[in-house]
Each structure stands twice: as C-alpha cells, then as structure tokens.
Design a protein around this ligand. Structure first.
Ligand code: FAD
Length: 373
C-alpha cells in the first residue's frame, strides 16, 4: 500500500467506524489492531442505544448523542446495502423499572432530566406494563414494582454483527486492516508523528488516530500525553430461551436485560475498577443471573449459554477524549466512551472524520479536549 492518509490504531467500534467514514470520503486508511479487530469492549457490550430528544441539545455530549441516534438507522441501512449483513439495529423501545422507593425516587429524577431533553417518555401503571410485556406479569403481580416508564425511542444493535458489517464495509472500501499488529512506539520529527512502530516494522502515514479503547492511556504515555482513561470491567450473562420472553430492553439502575430476536437474552452488567483483569467471577455472574430471573421469571427455565467480561474505556470525568493531541499536529485521539461507545460510535466517526479532513466539526469538541486529566 502507498502511504495511507491515516493510520488508525485500534480496531474496536470507534476505530472501525472512523475508518468507514474516512473511506467513504475517499481517504486512504489503514487500521491496525494488536489482535483480531472488534474483540474487546466493542464485542462485549450489550448494544443498547438510548433514546434522545430532538435536535436542540446544548451540551456537545448531548449533541453527539442526538447525532449518533440519527445516524444509527442510516448506518444500519447503508451497511446492509454494502455488505448484506444485518447489524440487528431495531427500535425495540426500553422500559425503566424501580423496585424500591429509593430506586423510584432516583428514577423519577432521571425521568425529569430526560423530559428536559424532550425525550418521549410514558409512565406505565402496573396493568399497562403487564399488557405491554406479558412476560413481566409475574413481576407485576409480586407487588415489588414501585415505578415503570416506557421510552419508545430506545433501540439496540447486535454488536458482533455490527462489527462484522463494519469490517466487511471498510475492506470493500479499500481500507487495509492489519491484525496481530501491536503499536508500541512512535517516531516524532518537528511536532509530527512520522511513523508508528510495531515489532520491528515502521508504519508511516499522513495522520495518526488513537482509538485503542481502555489501552489508550498506556499508548499515549510515551508521548507525554496524559489522559484519565481507565479500564472498567463489565460482566455479562447470556440466556438462551426457546422464544423471546420480552420485547423491550429492561433497565433498572445500572443493570439491564436485553432481548434479542432469536431468544437470546443478555443480562448486564457490573462496573469494576480492577485494572486489565477480564476474568468473570461467579459472585457477579450469579448476581446478574438472579437479577434477570427476578425481572423476567421465565428466565428461571432458560439455560445460560455464555458469560463474559469486557473492559470499558472509562474516563475520569465521564466524557470521551476527541480531538488533536496538542503538541502533535497530525495526531488525534477518539477514546474513553465508557458505557456509551457503541451508541456514540457513528457520531464520533463523523465529527472526527470532519476534524481529520480539516472541516468544521459541527459540534464543539472543546469539552472533549485531549490532554485533560
Ligand atoms: C459489558 C459491557 C457492556 C456494554 N454495553 C454497552 C451498550 O449497551 N451500549 C453502548 O453504547 N456501549 C456499551 N458498552 C461500552 C462500549 O462497548 C465501549 O464504550 C466501546 O466498545 C469502546 O470502543 P473502542 O473502540 O473505544 O474500544 P475497544 O472495543 O476496546 O477497541 C480498542 C481496540 O484497540 C486495540 N488496541 C489496544 N491497544 C493497542 C495497541 N497498542 N496497538 C494496536 N491495537 C491496540 C484492542 O485490541 C481493541 O481491538 C459496554 C461495554 C461493556 C464491557
């Protein structure tokens, strides 16, 4: 390959989405991953795409959320057309539940904030919930429920399928994708990265973008760029049911139940700051499985097909890092999306693509600036 316009370091959903956007705009792109692409947090996630309000948000993070919400159905259709792969994007709706008075108060506060964003929300009586989701009738009849709301705009995608579609799409668009290629050093001349080093190979490019998820902080450290990105482990349990027991995504506090069309049901997740440890623990898995069974009683008869854990790229202030590295004119970062990277990936790709091409980003990226923390 001739020298690419951009070398993207990390083939998770953020790097692959950026490669897709850049390739659509005619740039020559190379993506490198230290293993197979799309096997880390982006594979491990649940694929929940939260609802947003209309296109009037003030904070840049909310603007990125609205943009991503608009782009997901468009990207799903375009990826299907280009690759024949259905990424599982479905506007299935979400239900938010509380089972104690404290939880109901916290949920009421969250609903108030969402209403300020003009997100469509409907309060459900227990009867309305049981009519909407007959699979929750035992929960409703148990009298445990203290509040329930429906958000019709909540959606989902099947992240392993989405990643497969992105990989097929970028390959079809001429992007070079190098697996088993860990980057560990850089050659810098006059405030520009000239090449990235992998084992004994030097990979040169016009621009470099760091999309290395939870590992971005380590990769930036030799460049004297500080960041507050840290790994936050999330564990997940997947049940296999004969038929789909519920239609909506169920949310209660930080935990959720996500029904797939084929009868698989994901239950997640934990938030654990335990470094780069990706081991599951029986205590957390039991707790998640029981949580799922308490909400959807029919899961008591379902088998657990698989369990896993992934490392979310958390950031110290809850915002991703999006922008140019201050002292390096041709180096950029897009990382630290924590619990929302699958959701925010198309918006991130579009604004970063504009930045790399020297266009107006459309969203003020200053709250996301690189070097903070
Ligand atoms: C259990 C769980 C549930 C989640 N649920 C959701 C959800 O419902 N909705 C949502 O929006 N988000 C969810 N997330 C969060 C989401 O998965 C992440 O925010 C997102 O995947 C981050 O994408 P990424 O591309 O930045 O990182 P990753 O997917 O981790 O990709 C980083 C890539 O960089 C590569 N890499 C690292 N170091 C190097 C190096 N030195 N050289 C080359 N390559 C390197 C890695 O191999 C990896 O492929 C969840 C996460 C977890 C763990």
């Amino acid at each position: 390959m001739t020298t690419p316009d951009c070398l993207i370091i990390g083939g998770g959903v953020i790097g692959l989405s950026l490669a897709y956007d850049l390739a659509q705009h005619g740039l020559r792109v190379r993506v490198v991953d230290r293993q197979q692409p799309g096997r880390e947090a982006s594979w491990a996630g649940a694929g929940i795409l939260p609802a947003t309000g209309p296109d009037e948000a003030h904070h840049p993070l909310d603007q990125l959320r609205v943009l991503s919400h608009q782009l997901h159905p468009e990207w799903a259709a375009a990826l299907l057309e280009l690759t024949g792969i259905d990424n599982g994007y479905r506007k299935c709706g979400g239900v938010y539940l509380a089972r104690s008075h404290g939880e109901a108060a916290a949920l009421g506060g969250l609903v108030g904030l969402m209403r300020e964003e003009r997100i469509e929300i409907e309060r459900l009586t227990p009867t309305a919930l049981a009519d909407l989701e007959p699979g929750l009738r035992p929960l409703v009849e148990s009298d445990d429920l203290t509040a329930a709301y429906r958000l019709p705009g909540e959606s989902q995608l099947r992240n392993p399928d989405h990643l497969r579609a992105l990989i097929a799409a970028i390959r079809a668009s001429g992007v070079e994708l190098d697996t088993e290629t860990p980057i560990d050093d850089f050659e810098i001349v006059d405030g520009r990265i000239i090449s990235a080093r992998s084992q004994n190979e030097r990979l040169s490019a016009g621009m470099f973008c760091f999309t290395s998820g939870a590992w971005t902080r380590q990769l930036l450290a030799p460049l004297a760029v500080s960041s507050g990105i840290l790994p936050v482990k999330g564990q997940m349990v997947m049940f296999r049911c004969a038929t789909r027991p519920i239609q909506h995504i169920l949310n209660e506090g930080p935990r959720y139940v996500v029904p797939r069309e084929d009868g698989r049901v994901l239950v997640g997740s934990t938030e654990e700051e335990v470094g780069f440890d990706k081991q599951t623990t029986s205590a957390a898995l039991d707790e998640l499985a029981n949580f799922g069974r308490q909400l959807v009683h029919s899961l008591s008869n379902a088998t657990i097909e698989k369990t896993w854990a992934g490392l979310r790229p958390g950031s110290f202030d809850g915002l991703p890092y999006l922008g140019q590295i201050p002292a390096l004119t041709n180096a950029f970062v897009a990382a630290g999306h924590f619990r929302g990277g699958l959701f925010l990936s198309p918006g991130t790709a579009v604004v970063m693509g504009r930045l790399l091409r020297g266009e107006a980003t459309g969203i003020d990226l200053s709250p996301f600036h690189v070097g903070r923390g």
